[in-house]
Design a binder for this molecule. Structure first.
Ligand code: 8DG
Ligand code: MG
Length: 142
């Protein structure tokens, strides 16, 4: 049992044609500042996770995505000190526009070999392993 508040966050593994993953650095002043995360954010009241992600990617990265291009990929269920995070992560390889850090956040397109250089929030450690496995299995199938 837990009395922690459940926080629902939608996030994306945005992967380009060279198999690079887009990571965003959490800005100063926010929790977990400086760590590299999957772009996304909190699902608001009355929103579903896919609609929230479409909105967040427009706000944070300035790109247009179609929720039909979101493939359910993995999720985090992680106990932070003050809340419990539930975060579905979708895979998306199609979008319109060039991602920019619209909220002043730094962005990085990261190949799987470089991933270890980008420290992530604690909840993301296992997700990065899922991503490594996915890229690995794709490369074998080529
Ligand atoms: N977007 C995202 N959030 C993550 C990841 N890993 C992780 O622990 N989180 C946590 C950090 C925050 O506690 C929460 C996301 O909240 P946020 O502050 O970014 O939400 P938001 O974009 O809606 O921003 P705000 O309007 O609330 O400021 O989820 C991740 O990979 N991506
Ligand atoms: Mg966010």
């Amino acid at each position: 049992m837990t009395d922690k508040k459940l926080v629902l966050v939608s996030a994306v593994a945005l992967v380009d044609q060279e198999d690079r993953l887009l990571l965003a650095q959490r800005p100063e002043g926010k929790s977990l500042a400086g760590l590299w995360e999957f772009p996304g954010g909190k699902v608001e009241e009355g929103e579903n996770p896919e609609a929230a992600l479409v909105r967040e990617l427009k706000e944070e990265l300035g790109i247009k995505v179609d929720e039909r291009d979101f493939l359910p990929f993995t999720f985090a269920s992680h106990a932070y000190k003050d809340f419990h995070l539930l975060m579905p992560v979708y895979l998306c390889q199609t979008w319109e526009g060039e991602p920019e850090g619209c909220e002043g956040q730094d962005l990085a397109w990261v190949s799987v070999d470089e991933l270890a250089k980008y420290p992530t929030p604690p909840a993301d450690v296992r997700l990065m392993d899922d991503y490594r496995r996915w890229i690995g299995s794709r490369k074998c199938g080529e």
